[in-house]
Design a protein around this ligand. Structure first.
Ligand SMILES: Cc1ncc(COP(=O)(O)O)c(C=O)c1O
Length: 483
């Protein structure tokens, strides 16, 4: 037990302790017989739901499983998974970095809003609702972004907010003609920057961090960025945690480089918020955007957020001058006069249903503490890396995520030439939910409030069996546009 305690405490920095146990586990699993095992997971929910050791598991395997269960027992966030809707406990949901689970409380809060607020008050409700984008922004800021009040709004989408702040930044740096982005940036970010470059006749410079000779795991180091900087750069845009590799960029180091050239760095923290400590104020961040539906657990299409540091609010004007940014909004005057503060960045009426979902989820994050959440991500991803070393590397996988827990967020990239069909078979045949990202990555995540460590262990165990047996080659193709 003492060893387990020490392991639990030090696991983020002491990787490899799992190795002797998993080695025996993996040998024993070889003789377990895959197809019967997959049938067990696919068709007998109770087996995993109640977590008994399957009949074929040996003493050493049980020890291994009990070892991971001990991590769960000592997890300070262990009360949280039961606060979320989980209709299928036999499913290992490792995709909370794509869409988080539904908090049970959200159902009550939304129902109450419908009946007691919208239903009852109708238009009178706007007296209470009108400033909720700002109030919810303050909550998101203090719970997850390390931001003091008056710097965050919850509104619109990450894509729209990115466009808004990118154009504002470029206009705030007249005479400069260059935008820098990285090749591994999220598609919407790249497409939006391509459009902005075309719209304003600017040069778009792309850091080729997909080339392993330039960068490891897509990391853009301050030294690498420095090579691209000049006095012609108006804007740099990067992700805090890269959507595919899961690498975490050096927020302060990179912000300092960009600022030293008098340019602005627009961070996309969609894959970071709710999994790492961002400390925007302390890191000197000027502008950032992100979503709330991943580790933020606020629901599909829930409103996004934008952060604008107080020190630059006065110099940034977003291109869409909506009526919510107007100084005396309800005087409905003839000309646009922008108000001060964060409301000056708001376009239009907030989505109240969306905001209420964000409030529930970020109150949970605030209560749990972003420090503990980030620690659980490090422990969970360390567990994944250890399981990868023991079970997956021998099967032809490679790791696309940094091994240093400080250099990653909540997900890990498992690379394999057959990644797309394996990811599909994981969903359909073994009830483990990852996602696939082209060209060869299976992403698996720990969402600290909704996953247990055992769920991760179990998901990796089933994946190992699936690939070892090559059963995934029999999987039928998906009929969805979504991958
Ligand atoms: C890093 C990143 N940026 C931007 C987006 C786009 O978000 P939205 O479709 O909400 O605008 C996503 C979506 O997953 C993302 O992962």
């Amino acid at each position: 037990m003492a060893e387990v305690m020490a392991y639990s405490k030090h696991y983020p920095i002491c990787r490899g302790l799992l190795r002797p146990l998993t080695f025996i586990h993996s040998r024993e699993c070889d003789s377990a017989g895959w197809s019967s095992s997959v049938a067990r997971w696919a068709h007998n929910p109770e087996v995993v739901g109640s977590n008994p050791a399957p009949a074929t598991i040996t003493t050493m395997q049980s020890m291994q499983r009990s070892f991971v269960r001990n991590l769960d027992e000592h997890d300070v966030l262990k009360s949280y998974p039961s606060k979320f809707v989980n209709e299928y406990p036999h499913v290992c949901y490792l995709d909370g970095n794509s869409l988080g689970r539904l908090p049970k409380k959200t159902i009550d809060v939304i129902n109450s809003f419908l009946t007691n607020e919208w239903g009852e008050k109708v238009v009178e409700g706007w007296t209470d609702w009108v400033d909720e984008a700002e109030h919810t922004g303050d909550l998101v800021g203090r719970s997850a972004l390390g931001a003091e009040s008056g710097q965050v709004l919850v509104l619109d989408t990450t894509s729209v907010n990115l466009y808004q702040l990118a154009v504002a930044a470029i206009k705030a740096r007249p005479g400069r003609n260059t935008i820098i982005i990285d090749a591994a940036n999220f598609p919407t970010d790249r497409y939006i920057m391509q459009g902005i470059a075309k719209q304003f006749g600017l040069n778009l410079v792309v850091i080729d961090n997909e080339d392993p000779r330039m960068s490891e795991n897509e990391l853009v180091t301050p030294e690498l960025l420095q090579k691209y900087m000049s006095d012609d750069v108006a804007l740099v845009s990067l992700q805090v945690v890269n959507y595919r590799s899961g690498c975490k960029q050096d927020i302060k180091g990179l912000t300092d480089v960009v600022r030293s050239y008098g340019a602005l760095l627009l961070w996309d923290a969609a894959h970071a918020i709710g999994s790492v400590e961002l400390d925007f104020d302390a890191n000197g961040v000027d502008i950032a955007v992100g979503c709330t539906y991943k580790y933020g657990n606020s629901g599909p299409g829930s409103p996004a957020w934008m952060y604008v540091n107080k020190s630059v609010q006065h110099e940034l004007q977003v291109p869409i001058q909506g009526w919510f940014a107007q100084e005396n909004q309800f005087e409905m005057g003839p000309d646009f006069i922008r108000t001060t503060g964060m409301r000056g960045f708001q376009i239009a009426s907030p989505s109240l249903l969306g905001l209420r979902s964000v409030q529930v989820a970020f109150q949970m994050i605030e209560e749990a503490g972003i420090g503990e959440i980030a620690k659980k991500c490090q422990t969970g991803t360390t567990l994944m890396v250890d399981l990868f070393d023991e079970w997956l590397e021998p099967l032809g996988f490679s790791l696309g995520t940094p091994r240093d827990p400080n250099l990653r967020g909540g997900h890990v990239a498992l690379k394999h030439p057959d990644a797309e069909i394996i990811a599909r078979a994981m969903r359909s045949d073994i009830k483990v939910i990852p996602d696939f990202r082209a060209p060869d990555v299976i992403r698996v995540a720990i969402s600290p409030l909704t996953n247990t460590y055992e769920e991760i262990y179990e998901g990796f165990f089933r994946l190992k069996e699936l690939v070892e047996s090559k059963q995934y080659l029999n999987s039928t193709s998906a009929d969805s546009r979504v991958r």
